[in-house]
Design a protein around this ligand. Structure first.
Ligand SMILES: [Zn+2]
Length: 244
């Protein structure tokens, strides 16, 4: 027996399946990450095939069978297709990085409502917010790390727990921000400038007045990617950040 289920979701990716169908990976509100077959979706006339497109926010109906890897999708309605994102290469780059992050880190059926809500929110902001897409994405990356249990600590050394000042800090790829003494005792660390530390602090505290350059944010993203690679060996970095 299959249960008919309805949920909102973000489309992470879709692949051709057979001659006529597609398999879509969704990150859903109620069921976490799921894969669905969309029959007939390869036909140019398929309305549902157009709705189920990466980055779209959708509402779907599907037949859920336990112990089945791929569910059967029967209906889809568009909630938003983020038109600004699709017309701007820079917005597209960071929105794609958001879905790539979820898709590469989460196992099937991994559910986290806060991450679902945060993901919808960040895509809306990348689509129509006033700040640069890279700033939204860096904030999202820090939020994501916190939610999966790898928060970047900003008040204490992540190795010896001593209170930290803004100066003489380093970033350790295994533990995060560390004090000067610890930096002499570890490998896999790089110096963390006061400017970069202050930006990480502002972003983690959701401080609105923040001074940054894109170079600073790129440096922070590099550190976060390395850090995540250290904790999740299957994660090999975000291709979308490097291919645009
Ligand atoms: Zn320390």
């Amino acid at each position: 027996m299959a249960d008919i289920q309805k949920t909102k979701a973000i489309v992470l990716k879709k692949l051709d399946y057979g001659d006529t169908s597609k398999i879509a990976t969704l990150y859903s509100d109620n069921f976490g990450k799921i894969s669905c077959i969309v029959k007939g979706a390869r036909s140019p006339k398929s309305k549902i095939g157009k709705i189920i497109d990466p980055l779209n926010h959708v509402e779907v109906v599907f037949y859920k069978k336990e112990n089945r890897d791929v569910q059967l999708l029967s209906q889809a309605n568009l909630v938003s297709n983020f038109t600004n994102i699709k017309e701007d290469l820079d917005k597209l780059k960071y929105a794609t990085a958001v879905v790539e992050l979820i898709n590469s880190i989460f196992q099937e059926e991994y559910k986290n409502e806060l991450i679902y809500k945060g993901t919808v929110k960040i895509l809306e902001l990348i689509d129509s917010g006033e700040d640069q897409p890279i700033l939204y994405f860096t904030k999202y990356f820090l939020f994501f790390l916190k939610e999966i249990g790898y928060e970047i600590q900003t008040s204490n050394c992540s190795r010896c727990s001593k209170d930290i000042e803004e100066f003489d800090l380093s970033f350790n790829f295994e533990t995060g921000i560390i004090c000067e003494e610890c930096s002499h005792e570890t490998i896999n660390s790089v110096k963390l400038s006061t400017e970069l530390f202050k930006i990480i602090l502002c972003l983690s505290q959701r401080n609105k007045s923040i001074t940054y350059t894109n170079k600073d944010l790129n440096s922070i993203l590099f550190l976060l990617e390395k850090y995540l690679t250290y904790h999740i060996p299957e994660f090999s970095g975000l291709k979308s950040l490097h291919m645009f």
